[in-house]
Design a binder for this molecule. Structure first.
Ligand code: 1GP
Length: 250
């Protein structure tokens, strides 16, 4: 099955998924090995690999290591057309629809298009929405865009609706890495009601309660990065929340 078919089947069945975000800048080989051992015990559906800034060049090595030890699909989560290295399975091809910077709506995509055509990556066209969660994030600074206001779910809903009408097949609501607080359940709910496509939610999910709140509001996939970097034991906790939720709701 293609990655997209699996995502939309899981969405249709009301099954939730966990994605672990691996930032090549923050993860060395030993840390990655440890994480892979943990993910063998506590299920994870996706690894997302990327970051707003990439300060070293070991993304490809990191992905090779994951692919040699794990069957969990690896999706590139790039912030720039320069960040496409490594034998990943697919790519979240992000169009930054919360912003008004043409470079991240279409410019980078034009540069990346022939590289993607020549690759074996499965392409997942994704409407990427940055949400203001209390302080300026690297993603918002680097992209030169204003995030969606935290307390305006209707703007997020209309943005997602427009993205879906333009043919984007996933929506990603992101409070930004290490956000002070996650995207609000009210905003997730509004987006859930506005579109049919699977919804990914990340940024600042650092407790089981925050994970549960995002899932209950309608997230199909939650993304956790920072908290697992700080405390790899959180992986077991958040995996339990995501997958016990499935047993309750299916
Ligand atoms: C950021 O959604 C991701 O783009 C994950 O955020 O690192 O805060 O979990 P955290």
């Amino acid at each position: 099955n293609s990655l997209y078919e699996t995502l939309s089947t899981r969405r249709a069945q009301g099954r939730k998924s966990l994605a672990v975000l691996l930032d090549p800048d923050n993860l060395d080989e030993a840390g990655c090995q440890h994480l892979l051992e943990l993910t063998a015990q506590h299920s994870v559906e996706y690894f997302f690999v990327g970051g707003s800034l990439v300060m070293n060049s070991h993304q490809a090595t990191l992905i090779q290591l994951i692919k040699s030890r794990s069957t969990v699909p690896v999706l590139l989560f790039p912030s720039h057309s320069l960040h496409l290295e490594g034998p990943a399975d697919g790519i979240l091809l992000l169009s930054l629809i919360s912003g008004r910077n043409p470079e991240f709506l279409i410019g980078q995509h034009v540069i990346a298009a022939p590289l993607l055509r020549a690759s074996n990556l499965q392409i997942l066209p994704t409407g990427y929405m940055l949400v203001d969660t209390g302080r300026q994030t690297t993603a918002s600074y680097i992209s030169g865009t204003t995030p969606l206001p935290y307390d305006k779910p209707a703007i997020a809903a209309c943005t997602a609706m427009a993205g879906e009408q333009l043919g984007l097949r996933l929506m990603y609501l992101d409070g930004g890495s290490g956000a002070m607080y996650p995207v609000s359940p009210a905003m997730i709910q509004a987006v859930r009601q506005a579109v049919e496509v699977p919804i990914i939610v990340g940024g600042g999910i650092n407790t089981p309660e925050k994970a549960q709140a995002a899932l209950a509001a309608g997230a199909d996939v939650i993304v956790v990065g920072n908290q697992i970097e700080k405390d790899p034991g959180f992986l077991a906790e958040v995996s339990r929340v995501v997958h016990s939720y499935n047993q309750v709701t299916v």
